[in-house]
Write a protein that binds this ligand. Structure first.
Ligand code: HEC
Length: 168
C-alpha cells in the first residue's frame, strides 16, 4: 500500500479516537449533571466546592447552621434559582443542573449539617417550589442517599477542614 494512504488512515483513526475520548467524557459529564449517572462521593465534594464558590466564599456555606436558616436542600434550590432568575447579572456563572443539585445538597448536608428533620415536609416542599429533583431528594431517607452516607462523619468542623477551603 502507498505510504501516504497508510499515514492518512492512521491520522483519521487518531482523530476518530480523539473525538470518541473527548465526546465520551463530555457525555458522561452531562449525564451526571442531569442525574442519569451517579457522582462518586469525591466527585460530588469537588463539584460542590466548584459550583458554590462562584459568587461567595465557601466559608458562607461551611459556617451556615441550623440557626441560620432552612436546610441545605432549600439553600441549594435558592442558589440555583438565583442563577436562573437573573441571567444578566450572573452571566458567566455556571448553572446548577438537577443531578448536580442533588449531589451538592448531600455534600453540604454531610459536611456541615442536615436539619431537614427539624422542618415540616410541607414547609420544605413549599420552599422548594417546583424543584422536582430536590423534592425527590427531600423525600428520600438519608440512609438511602449514597453520597450523604459516604461522607457522613467527615465534618467541616474537624480534621476535614482542609477540604472546606475555597478552591479558587
Ligand atoms: C449566583 C451566585 C451564587 C451561587 C452560584 C451560590 N450562591 Fe449562595 N448566595 C448568593 C447570594 C447573592 C447570597 C445572599 C443572598 C441570599 O441570602 O439569598 C447567597 C447566600 C448564601 C448563603 C447564606 C444564606 C442565608 O440564609 O444566610 C448560603 C449558606 C449559601 N449562599 C450557600 C451556597 C451554596 C451551598 C451554593 C452552591 C450550591 C451557593 N451558595 C452558590 C449567591 C450565590
Amino acid at each position: 500500500m502507498n505510504k501516504a494512504i497508510i499515514v492518512l488512515i492512521i491520522v483519521i483513526a487518531g482523530l476518530f479516537l480523539a473525538a470518541v475520548v473527548i465526546l465520551g467524557k463530555d457525555a458522561v459529564r452531562l449525564l451526571k449533571a442531569e442525574g442519569y449517572l451517579k457522582y462518586s462521593a469525591d466527585e460530588a465534594v469537588e463539584l460542590a466546592h466548584k459550583k458554590c464558590v462562584q459568587c461567595h466564599s465557601i466559608d458562607k456555606t461551611a459556617k451556615y447552621c441550623m440557626r441560620c436558616g432552612p436546610p441545605f436542600v432549600v439553600v441549594v434550590h435558592n442558589m440555583r434559582a438565583l442563577i436562573g432568575k437573573d441571567k444578566e447579572k450572573y452571566r458567566g456563572v455556571e448553572e446548577i443542573r438537577d443531578g448536580e443539585a442533588v449531589a451538592i445538597t448531600q455534600v453540604w448536608n454531610a459536611l456541615v449539617g442536615n436539619w431537614e428533620d427539624s422542618w415540616r415536609k410541607q414547609d420544605l416542599a413549599k420552599l422548594l417550589e417546583n424543584d422536582a429533583a430536590l423534592i425527590k431528594l427531600m423525600n428520600t431517607p438519608v440512609k438511602e442517599r449514597e453520597i450523604e452516607v459516604a461522607l457522613t462523619g467527615k465534618s467541616a468542623a474537624g480534621a476535614d477542614l482542609t477540604i472546606m477551603k475555597p478552591m479558587k
